[in-house]
Design a protein around this ligand. Structure first.
Ligand SMILES: O=C[C@H](O)COP(=O)(O)O
Length: 244
């Protein structure tokens, strides 16, 4: 049985003072031991949060493919591990679409992260035009096939897929329950044996009101939450919904 996994992606939000929210979330998460909870703040806060909350999972939002070198502005998986991060998000659509990241780059980042002992969340998701053309499942399965480092998948539980339809991110829109279940089922089937243990998360406008319905759909093992993860009062109800 796969454990529910709820991950907060703070994107480019938060300051050192936000440790109060992170502590509130980490403290409340102890009340839901059946749920794995993690927070991915901006790079500047990773080490501070991770050292302040050693029992809790703090992660990065991206990593470079190389461990070190002349790559101005980049942070490696080895650096995240050194900062006591336990996981990293790769391939978020804000990087795929916004910065032109390719499946090959995302696969290499995934390999780098696994090599450093980090759990990896690989994001996939279709733009609205693809959904409207009726090609969303084919599009997402191609991203899954192209982004996962199958050769390195000795322990598939170290990898999670986050299905995030781009048009649902930060918009208040979500796919129908049937559409979410159909996509997650298709991803599960495509993963073969690895799909037995690999978590498949849903992301895109998850909040305290819709979390329970989404998290109890077939093949939905958790959520990647943006805006509603920034404060304990909004994020904790989503963790609680995963526990029920
Ligand atoms: O990584 C998180 C997702 O992009 C979802 O963001 P959102 O919950 O603000 O829609």
């Amino acid at each position: 049985m796969r454990r529910k996994f709820i991950v907060g992606n703070w994107k480019m939000n938060g300051s050192r003072d936000s440790i109060h929210e992170a502590k509130g979330i980490a403290e409340a998460a102890k009340n839901y031991p059946s749920v794995d909870v993690a927070l991915c703040p901006p790079f500047t806060l990773v080490a501070g949060f991770a050292f302040a909350l050693p029992e809790f999972s703090i992660g990065g939002q991206d990593c470079h493919v190389k461990p070190s070198g002349a790559f101005t502005g980049s942070v490696s998986a080895a650096m995240l591990a050194d900062a006591r991060a336990k996981l990293v998000i790769v391939g978020h659509s804000e990087r795929r679409e916004g910065l032109g990241e390719t499946n090959d780059e995302i696969k290499a980042k995934c390999e780098a992260a696994l090599t450093e002992g980090l759990r990896v969340i690989v994001c996939v998701g279709e733009p609205l035009s693809v959904r409207e053309e009726g090609k969303a499942i084919d599009y997402v399965l191609a991203q899954v096939a192209g982004s996962l480092p199958y050769a390195l998948l000795k322990d598939p539980s170290q990898v999670a897929i986050a299905y995030e339809p781009i048009w649902a991110i930060g918009t208040g829109l979500t796919p129908s329950s049937d559409d979410i279940a159909a996509m997650h089922g298709a991803i599960r089937a495509a993963l073969g044996d690895a799909g037995e243990v690999m978590a498949i998360l849903y992301g895109g406008s998850v909040n305290g009101d819709n979390a329970s319905e989404i998290l109890h759909l077939p093949d939905v093992d958790g959520a990647l939450v943006g805006g509603a993860s920034l404060t304990a009062d909004k994020f904790v109800p989503i963790i609680a919904a995963a526990a029920c």
